[in-house]
Design a protein around this ligand. Structure first.
Ligand SMILES: [Zn+2]
Length: 77
């Protein structure tokens, strides 16, 4: 589920260009990039996304606490 596909041949993507949605299977990555170290492994990117989601959840929790403080201020006015 949610597997990334190679944008050239449609096979299962193993590498993506960092910061883009351009993904390549191992074969096409080697064909198109002399140095595939500039590409990030798909699994690595998934872990980065998971970390971003976790951070967002933390932010939302903090927002809730902030809005409680704000309603206190409203009552005093
Ligand atoms: Zn390919």
């Amino acid at each position: 589920m949610g597997q990334k596909k190679c944008i050239i041949c449609g096979a299962e993507a193993k590498f993506c260009i960092k910061g883009t949605s351009d993904c390549y299977c191992e074969e096409c990555a080697e064909e198109n990039f002399s140095d595939i170290s500039m590409l990030v492994a798909v699994e690595e990117e998934v872990q980065t996304l998971k970390r971003l989601v976790d951070e967002k959840i933390d932010e939302n929790n903090q927002d809730e606490e902030d809005s409680q403080d704000r309603s206190y201020e409203d009552e005093s006015e």
